[in-house]
Design a protein around this ligand. Structure first.
Ligand SMILES: [Zn+2]
Length: 97
């Protein structure tokens, strides 16, 4: 399946915007943080199926949060990271840490 990030975000809007907008930005942000924590747990367990589910959840909640914050994830991600590192402007990144 070939799907743009904006299409995924729009799908999440159709599925959940009525709930997301009632919950609000702070409550939805709290859910995202909770899901990131679950992703962290799954990374240490080594269960691939669980890990896949947690990645999906984090992405879904990020899209929900973007919907109620009025952010287009595809546009902002590509504006910042489109084919180059935003700090050194190189691809691959040549930043020294
Ligand atoms: Zn860089």
């Amino acid at each position: 399946m070939d799907l743009h990030i904006s299409e995924f975000q729009e799908m999440m809007r159709r599925l959940y915007f009525h709930r997301d907008s009632n919950r609000g930005i702070e409550g939805t942000y709290d859910w995202l943080v909770e899901e990131v924590g679950e992703l962290g747990d799954a990374l240490t367990k080594g269960d691939k199926k669980e890990l896949e589910g947690e990645f999906a959840d984090v992405f879904a909640w990020l899209a929900s949060l973007a919907n109620i914050a009025g952010i287009d994830l595809e546009i902002v991600a590509m504006n910042k990271y489109g084919n180059k590192c935003p700090k050194c402007m190189q691809s691959p990144c040549q930043c020294t840490f």
